[in-house]
Design a protein around this ligand. Sequence first.
Ligand SMILES: Cc1cc2nc3c(=O)[nH]c(=O)nc-3n(C[C@H](O)[C@H](O)[C@H](O)COP(=O)(O)OP(=O)(O)OC[C@H]3O[C@@H](n4cnc5c(N)ncnc54)[C@H](O)[C@@H]3O)c2cc1C
Length: 252
Amino acid sequence: MNLVKFTQYFNLHLHDYILNSLRAAARGLSDEQKAFQKMTFDFAANERFPHMADWDEKEIFPVETMGKAAQLGFGGGSMDSRRWGGSGLSRLDTSLIFETLSTGCVSTTAYLSIHNMCNWMIDTFGNTEQREKYCPELCTMDKFASYCLTEPGSGSDAASLLTNAKLEGDHYVLNGSKAFISGGGDTYIVMCRTRGKGPKGISCVVVEKDTPGISFSNKEKKVGWNSQPTRAVILEDTCVSVDEDKTGDHAD
Ligand SMILES: Cc1cc2nc3c(=O)[nH]c(=O)nc-3n(C[C@H](O)[C@H](O)[C@H](O)COP(=O)(O)OP(=O)(O)OC[C@H]3O[C@@H](n4cnc5c(N)ncnc54)[C@H](O)[C@@H]3O)c2cc1C
């Protein structure tokens, strides 16, 4: 029995049912947290839930609704620096937001959490130029970010990834392929090997979608989760300037 049928069967109003569940989940939260939990729930109920099935069926990535989420501060919720447009929320606060947004649509919320993670990584490990360049437009969601960790041969065991970035003069040259990458956006946060085996040899390079040598597969076929596109990302001699784009050493 799905949630809609369940609530009909017990004569519950879906909105009240979810809100009551959230109230139970709100025990121990501060008044401020409860207030933004309620605000997020209303957004999920009004802007996401009514469209969720349609988005999935027609494979629509709802760019406009993402923009509305960004207006509420959900594009850079995890970022510390309000200076670059972030909301400066704690881990608990952002978890509350994603939990609550999921009541309206899990798939697009999952993407939003990925986008936030990318924005947070640039904000935390990038230099000032990178923050200035990427974070404001990621916060407003005028641009979309993708997190590129998984590879065809490394999923759960991410530390065994093979995509490598070789230093040649003032450029890194990237080669490898990533699988299941959500979003198909503008800015790709690529985990790649710059040194030896294992997690310590991995750095993170920001690659923009128009960089020569980066290409994308067709959308992967999925059961559900169709409102966020998922693709393979292929890197073939993709050159990225060291000064501008490596967020590396801090990402160890
Ligand atoms: C819709 C969707 C969107 C995604 N978006 C992204 C994205 O944006 N960016 C990105 O980088 N990745 C993304 N992924 C990839 C996702 O993170 C991987 O699927 C995940 O890391 C698991 O890897 P895998 O699929 O290769 O499974 P595997 O690693 O092959 O694991 C298969 C199963 O074996 C279990 N398993 C694995 N190793 C062990 C072990 N040592 N002991 C016991 N059990 C084990 C796992 O728990 C799992 O149940 C996405 C995946 C999906 C489905």
